[in-house]
Design a protein around this ligand. Structure first.
Ligand code: FES
Length: 108
């Protein structure tokens, strides 16, 4: 087991997360208010932008392959290096979904 340092920019919060543990689980244990909902990699509520470092998140089904290089779904992501993350930053696809929903609702 290897442990990595995960820093959340803008909050001053830094935690240690093992490569066997999800970042969300470590946040919950450390009392960090990381948002989440489904905890199965689908809803994107737990998204964070990866500013530095690498994660493994093969079960992050809510992200495209391209998005998975820039964003971590913390409920699925395990660190592969020290990380700097910006919590509460969402991939562009979530914005597209919101825009589409608005268009459908505005049909007259
Ligand atoms: S909590 Fe839903 S994707 Fe992580």
């Amino acid at each position: 087991m290897t442990e990595y340092t995960v820093e959340f920019v803008g909050t001053g919060e830094t935690i240690t997360v093992s490569d066997k543990q999800t970042i969300l689980k470590a946040c919950i244990e450390e009392g960090i208010a990381q948002e989440y909902s489904c905890r199965v990699g689908m809803c994107l509520a737990c998204s964070a932008e990866i500013l530095e470092g690498d994660v493994t998140q093969p079960a992050a089904r809510g992200l495209t392959e391209e998005e998975a290089e820039k964003y971590a779904l913390t409920c699925m992501a395990r660190p592969q290096s020290d990380l700097k993350l910006d919590r509460g930053v969402y991939p562009p696809s979530i914005e597209d979904d919101a825009a589409t929903a608005g268009t459908v609702a505005d049909d007259d």
